[in-house]
Design a protein around this ligand. Sequence first.
Ligand code: ADP
Ligand code: MG
Length: 694
Amino acid sequence: MAERREKKLAGSAGNTLAGRLARLGLRRDVDFVLHLPLRYEDETRITAVSDALPGVAAQFEVVVVSCDLVFRPRRQLVVRVQDDSGTLDSGTLDSGTLTLRFLNFYPSQQKVLQPGARLRVFGELRDGFLGAEIIHPRFHVVASSDAGTAALPTSLTPVYPTTAGLGQATLRRLIDRALTQGDLTDTLPADELAKLGLPAFSDAVRLLHAPPPGCLLEQLESRHHPAWRRVQFDELLAQQLSLRRAYTARRARGAPQLEANGTLTQQLLAVLPFRLTGAQQRAWHEIAGDLAQPHPMQRLLQGDVGSGKTIVAALAMLHAVEAGYQAALMAPTEILAEQHYRKLSVWLAPLGIEVAWLTGSLKKRDKAAVLEKVGTGETALMIGTHALIEEGVMFHRLGLAIVDEQHRFGVRQRLALKEKGRFAHQLTMSATPIPRTLAMSYYADLDVSVLDELPPGRTPVSTRLVSATRRAEIIARVREACRVGGQAYWVCPLITESETLQLQTAEDTFAQLLADLPDLRIGLVHGRLKGEEKAAVMAAFAANQIHVLVATTVIEVGVDVPNASLMIIEHAERFGLSQLHQLRGRVGRGAAQSVCILLYAQPLGQIARARLKVIFQSTDGFEIAREDLRLRGPGEFIGARQSGLPLLRYADLEDAALVEQARQLADTLLRETPAIAQAHLDRWLGGREELLKA
Ligand code: ADP
Ligand code: MG
């Protein structure tokens, strides 16, 4: 520990070698061993200049013809070189000639680049002003006696990910040292490896750092080589082990066994204007089962937008109340929290149950009153934003903590809630469905219930893609929809770079629509409004006193106004796929045929076009998530969730077969040979395991 702190200090104190290495996470021998090449360069061959293809990296052996320091357009070193290929081919010298251009160089480099010097040059050829050239090639001088192929390396040269000021040569030297002195003993039993058809750890990493002669560049770079498979498997295994272990550790803690008699939940079900779907019933039973256990529930309720997660949460909360405990529901936005508060108040009023409400915008005195009631246990149910997890909030007897739209909270906030309800049951809910293969790793530390069925009577939303130039038509359409009793959302363009600009756009759109639709009542809601202003606008919209709600993405998640059946999204090309899906989920909640119009500005980029096509063709959240994953890649897909999972460096979560094998072995190791599991975790995660606990 002390040693680690020292290195950290050294790193921040200056640009020391230790500091640079720390930036790459390189501390222990094994960190160096696991710092694997990004790609390889083939210096085993020499290419004739006349055979070289632009854009392809290759090695040449050349003789310097001239070396000039040029000052225009800026100071640079221009070195003309040639090899023998031109003369052989065409008899003209020129075709074997090449320019090397150095914008930064040391005097020592200039000194060796003198006419007559023989060089090995590695780089990517391009067509420059003076014909073929290479900018900043790697080179070294070879003695004339070594002309030809005598001293060529026999294996591919690894290229490592690095950071400013840390050269490849230094990294290579340190890695070589770690490979010699480090402990490369296999963490996995030989029989398991044989079963999986994977090579030994030491063989795999040695091969990847120094591919033996004959190893094919393509096979290494596509990462399908068995040595890569071994590394990928190990990484996935470490991930599975730590997730499963975190799960077991939490499970080992005690939690109140919530014994409920079902009176309140039965009463709620009786006053509801609908019957639970089969999926809701299933999920509810799973949750009720967990709550009666003496260890904390760690369950995720996953269900597409509109699948009806809120009522399941309400039932769970009542279950806690029946057992004599408190329950809290936390939502990521004030609008959503407020809406939950209203909905639950309506549902629970006939049962004589009061719900408390806490957000950051509450007046000090009101807040104190709420906190008092929560602290004494007078109030059993509590709904709010992350204000719920702030200091000063003391529950009397918290039995259940629910987090809605959990992916919208940061790791820190989720940890804080976990701390608050240390011994409480936890339910998280998410409308962002993720593909099964990803779920297996991402949610390996949770039990999952899925709502795979929408409540009956929904008509699917029909989606239109319309060029922004046809705005007038769209305005007419909004007027008509509202004339016959409908309501509409008008979603303003997303401007990620500037909140001020985004606000301004929303206000402009609002003013424009007021002018265009004088006969309609129009409201505006955005993130800068005060809590009570926001609440007032949303309440007016829910009560059909506002026809058209102009909104920023503050309405993205959860908002539920079934009478609104038309949604216009401006500059739809700027939104991400899951964002569009969430937004569109605000309509199609009633029986009326709903329409979502995606206005886009020309010209569309390729990715934007692909995204809009997906959202146009599908309304299935899982399908959309799969496409999102395909378009963005798992790193960003998961990163967007701020999962706290250290991103996989080598393995691919879409590699379903390998993920499944890792999961199975993780279970076996944890059950039968925990020491092996520990050794494997140490090797791969070192001291970084705490990241995984969020
Ligand atoms: P989400 O899963 O997106 O949070 P909500 O809980 O907001 O969905 O539910 C969407 C809408 O469907 C709400 O108006 C809710 O009252 C309604 N609803 C929920 N369950 C049912 C059901 N079984 N039958 C009919 N309507 C339902
Ligand atoms: Mg919801």
